[in-house]
Design a binder for this molecule. Structure first.
Ligand SMILES: [Zn+2]
Length: 246
């Protein structure tokens, strides 16, 4: 069956980002129904079902509605610059969003379908690897998708997205509630990479949410909200990989 979503308008900027999501619903069919319902006012360019079926719901040149209130590298109209891809997954428990709460690993069929799609989008729009991101990266306080069970290292091995492979590091941790130059330096690096946070020198709730989002994507084994040495080392490595001057 062919699906198409009425939930789109015109882009106001070029395409330079891909945003990955999970559907957070009980099934692919339920997600397709919602993403194509005019009353829901949400959509994505693509949806990949558990069996690897790829549905295109919105034309690539149009502005699909998947990011919501979000920011990256100072850009707030993420829908205008991003391509949105939804992966069917029941998602974390999130009653406020009606999420079912049975978060599971993505299927091999989903990954096998996703990788060539990302490779094509990357080359078609000349998208930099550092801009292949999670919804949680651009909306850390609100969103967890696609979440810590998504295999970003496999994507990077296939030439899409960045993956920091530092496995150990020594040094002091930075924690919520702390303040000072080391916290300011951490915030500056997170902001330089693209995360939306204020460089205040105080490890506030926003900083904790951003560190958690960073870990969900790049340090999934240490998703604590505390910036331990490994988190700091992977952030450093990512800035290098992304070619961002510090
Ligand atoms: Zn999302």
């Amino acid at each position: 069956m062919l699906y198409s979503s009425p939930n789109f308008d015109d882009r106001t900027s070029p395409i330079w980002m891909v945003l990955l999501h999970y559907t957070g619903m009980s099934s692919g069919a339920a997600a397709l129904a919602r993403l194509c319902d005019p009353a829901a006012k949400v959509s994505a360019h693509y949806l990949i079902d558990l069996d690897g079926t790829v549905h295109q719901l919105v034309a690539e040149e149009k502005r699909a509605w998947h990011a919501g209130v979000s920011s990256w590298s100072g850009e707030r109209d993420i829908n205008s610059c991003a391509m949105g891809i939804e992966l069917v997954n029941k998602g974390h428990d999130a009653p406020e969003y009606g999420y079912h709460g049975d978060y599971h690993h993505f299927t091999d069929a989903q990954m096998t379908a996703l990788i060539p799609l990302l490779q094509t989008l990357k080359s078609r729009y000349d998208i930099e690897d550092r801009f292949i991101l999670a919804h949680s990266d651009v909306a850390p306080a609100r969103r967890k998708d696609p979440g810590e069970k998504f295999d970003w290292s496999r994507l990077a091995a296939e030439g899409v997205g960045l993956w920091p492979d530092v496995v150990s590091a020594q040094g002091p941790s930075l924690r919520p509630g702390e303040s000072g130059p080391a916290v300011e330096d951490l915030q500056r690096k997170l902001a330089a990479f693209g995360y939306g946070l204020r460089v205040s020198g105080f490890y506030d709730d926003t900083t904790e949410a951003v560190v958690t989002a960073f870990q969900r994507h790049f340090v999934p084994d240490q998703m604590t909200g505390i910036a331990a040495a490994l988190t700091q080392a992977r952030l450093e490595q990512l800035l290098d990989l992304a070619g961002i001057e510090q």
